[in-house]
Write a protein that binds this ligand. Structure first.
Ligand code: 2AM
Length: 187
């Protein structure tokens, strides 16, 4: 079985800016599993464990969706924590730009994969880039203050031109994500 998800890649220029904000937040201390900047992505749909045979139809469905999708622009902007700043389990970077196109793409992915047996997501879509996952409560106050000080964070805008089907391998040192299939937008 393959642990799979559909996501958008972020370009290197953005990864660098994410590495910089991570560096500043790391100084606040705390126990956080920081996502390596080159592994940061925008998840559209987590598929869970899928069989090897189901990869080609998933790829085909994403290809069909991409053939009627136009490129659009996104810009990393702001930051916060899930489920809340107080509870802080996931530290994220927000997104601005063509949010309508992004929501449309998310909906398109849901609809494309539904016939393959993937149930529609019932939680609202909260587009984000996960920067780190909080592992312990120590120095949490300092981390919260650090994150509040970064509210004005922005990185360079980038064009979204494809969706990527990823394989995720869970490792003690952090998950490894490998692209299995890229579906380029064709409009
Ligand atoms: P994230 O986008 O908030 O980081 C690969 O595991 C990606 O799928 C992660 O980046 C993760 O969240 C997202 N994801 C969504 N639902 C998940 C789940 N139930 N288990 C693991 N990852 C999930």
């Amino acid at each position: 079985m393959i642990r799979a998800f559909v996501a958008l890649e972020v370009p290197e220029t953005v990864q660098e800016a994410l590495g910089q904000i991570q560096g500043r937040l790391k100084k606040m201390g705390g126990s956080v599993g920081w996502v390596r900047p080159d592994r940061v992505h925008l998840t559209l749909k987590f598929l869970g464990s899928v069989s090897e045979e189901s990869i080609p139809p998933i790829a085909e469905a994403l290809k069909e969706l991409s053939s009627r999708t136009a490129p659009f622009e996104l810009r990393p902007k702001g930051c916060g924590a899930f489920p809340s700043m107080k509870q802080m389990r996931v530290i994220w970077i927000g997104l601005a730009g063509d949010m309508k196109a992004l929501s449309g793409l998310k909906k398109g992915v849901e609809e494309a994969l539904r016939p393959l047996g993937f149930p529609l997501e019932d939680r609202p879509f909260k587009p984000h880039l996960t920067l780190g996952r909080v592992k312990g409560r120590q120095r949490l106050r300092s981390l919260q203050e650090g994150l509040l000080a970064e509210q004005a964070f922005e990185a360079e805008a980038f064009d979204v031109r494809e969706v990527v089907l990823y394989k995720s391998d869970l490792r003690p040192e952090g998950a490894i994500y490998t692209p299995l299939f890229r579906a380029s937008f064709n409009l």
